[in-house]
Design a protein around this ligand. Structure first.
Ligand code: BES
Ligand code: ZN
Ligand code: ZN
Length: 502
């Protein structure tokens, strides 16, 4: 995908060139200056006239009309240099790449140094560009008879920089891997429930395992019964699709220690069960495996980058259906760790599946746990669609996850777990726990419930019910699945055990 060059050769073969423009009193430098002299000062003129804008996220196209060897130049405005953050740079690059790809250009060149600031070096820019290139060009192949005509995709980018060619290429590749992992998660979430069953998800995970040499374990129903995974099995009871407990292990250290457990909710469709969802609430519930997708997307990045860390990914998967055999309110089930659960609401199924997932991750040696789940509508009420809800039992570990989320540009915000929440989750006449203590702040009850299974293992819960999908297209992707938390999880794993910079 990338060819990095120190020497600028604006050949005929490059269909387009992308350059960043800061609002530096409209003073132009570097490559832009070279082009300006080739075009007899026209760029300076167009800037003065406002036909080329330096405003952040604004793309201006200039045709060179045969006066320069390159056909078109795309300028993307970056605003004031001191205001440009990694995320705002990535967004501007996404906007520019999207514009270029929509004009059916198969390859283009990037003037990388035009994006460098005092705060963002060539590596940051290369990483942001790699990510933006993958994310902004993502498309889900739909099922319309008329669509999916062959499109011209961007296949090659020449990157000009004064920086070290190998190092810049490495950063471009890392960024691109982050984008690709996110896109894979998007595709899994976008797949409808009839095309992505627990079996399909398990097959996908097994293929990923083969590709990257992960140890793969897929538990079948009989094995789950033997292990006493009564919580996950309860959710599956009404389904004709067999459940799967999916495990992938990546060992990057000599010994199986300091293991990060990533647990993802893999409900391939959530009808709510007998506590059935209203008809409008069911639509969209194909995305209820967004946590599983985030974990698998992160595993793809880990497989590509091979950090010296240990990771176990655990995905409890089933759909939540209704039948004469389905589980019901008032049922009591026994989870893998022995705790009994009174079912008050069959629509609070994610926490049941995850309870056994968390216990099984610990069984596989997880010494830290992060679970990711489209768990509650409550988190959307609390934090909206841009911020992932977080809960924890360990301040220091939460700080690590927070740092990773900030680096990845995926905001999280913490909600509390109090003794009163624990009391409400433990309130039952007949069992150790109940799965739905009430509607008041219920995102917190879901997290509190999971904490009962994490026990003393440092754990962070991420509720992505609001962030896993979006209703509108944005500069880094279309409407639909976002791939939320893929990059946070991968960053957490990559950075884990390193001293933070402060
Ligand atoms: N899968 C849903 C949560 C959800 C809602 C995800 C909206 C994405 C968008 C989850 O299983 C659920 O139904 N939660 C219930 C919990 C309640 C019964 C305590 C909810 O949020 O209403
Ligand atoms: Zn539900
Ligand atoms: Zn659900």
């Amino acid at each position: 995908m990338f060819t990095v060059k120190n020497e600028v050769q604006l050949q005929e073969s490059s269909e387009a060139l992308l350059i960043g423009l800061f609002a530096r009193n409209q003073k132009i430098t570097g490559l832009t200056q070279e082009l300006d002299s080739l075009l007899d000062g026209q760029i300076t003129e167009l800037l003065k006239e406002g036909d080329i804008s330096t405003k952040h996220n604004t793309v201006s196209k200039v045709h060179t009309l045969g006066r320069a060897p390159i056909k078109r130049v795309y300028f993307v405005g970056l605003g004031k240099e001191e205001n440009l953050s990694f995320e705002s740079l990535r967004e501007a690059l996404g906007k520019a790449v999207k514009t270029i790809s929509e004009s059916k250009v198969g390859s283009f060149a990037l003037g990388l140094d035009s994006f460098v600031t005092t705060g963002l070096d060539a590596h940051d820019v290369a990483h942001a560009f790699g990510e933006a290139l993958a994310l902004s060009t993502y498309k889900f192949a739909d099922y319309k008879q008329k669509s999916n005509e062959p499109e011209k995709n961007i296949e090659k980018v020449i990157v000009y920089t004064d920086g070290n060619e190998n190092e810049v290429e490495a950063s471009l590749t890392v960024g691109y891997a982050y984008g690709q992992g996110t896109n894979s998660a998007r595709t899994l979430v976008n797949l409808p429930g009839n095309m992505l069953t627990a079996t399909d998800l398990a097959n996908y995970a097994a293929e990923l395992g083969t590709k990257y040499g992960f140890e793969v374990e897929i538990l079948e129903k009989e094995e789950m019964e033997k292990l006493g995974m009564g919580a996950l099995l309860a959710v599956n009871k009404g389904s004709v699709e067999p459940p799967k407990m999916i495990v992938l292990k990546y060992q990057g250290k000599d010994n199986w220690e300091d293991v990060i457990g990533l647990v993802g909710k893999g409900i391939t469709f959530d009808t709510g069960g007998y506590s059935i969802k209203p008809k409008d609430g069911i639509v969209g519930m194909k995305s209820d495996m967004g946590g599983a997708a985030a974990v698998l997307g992160a595993m793809e990045i880990i497989g590509e980058l091979r950090p010296e860390k240990n990771v176990v990914a655990v995905i409890p998967s089933t759909d939540n259906m209704i039948s004469g055999d389905a589980f019901k309110p008032d049922d009591v089930v026994t989870s893998m760790n022995g705790k009994t659960i009174e079912i008050l609401n069959t629509d609070a199924e994610g926490r049941l599946a995850l309870a056994d997932g968390i216990t099984y991750a610990k069984f596989h040696g997880a010494s830290y746990l992060v679970d990711v789940a489209t768990l509650t509508g409550g988190v959307i009420v609390a934090l909206g669609n841009d911020i992932t809800g977080a809960m924890t039992n360990n301040e220091a570990f939460f700080e690590k996850v927070l740092e990773a989320s900030l680096e990845a540009g995926e905001p999280i915000w913490r909600l509390p777990i109090t003794e009163n929440h624990k009391k409400r989750v433990r309130k039952s006449q007949v069992a150790d726990l109940n799965n739905s203590p009430g509607r008041d702040g219920h995102a917190i009850f879901a997290g509190t419930f999971l904490g009962e299974f994490a026990e003393n293992t440092p754990w962070v819960h991420l509720d992505i019910a609001g962030t896993a999908t979006t209703t509108s297209a944005h500069n880094l992707g279309p409407a639909g699945a976002t791939g939320a938390m893929v990059r946070t999880l991968a960053t957490l794993v990559e950075r884990f055990g390193e001293e933070s910079e402060e």
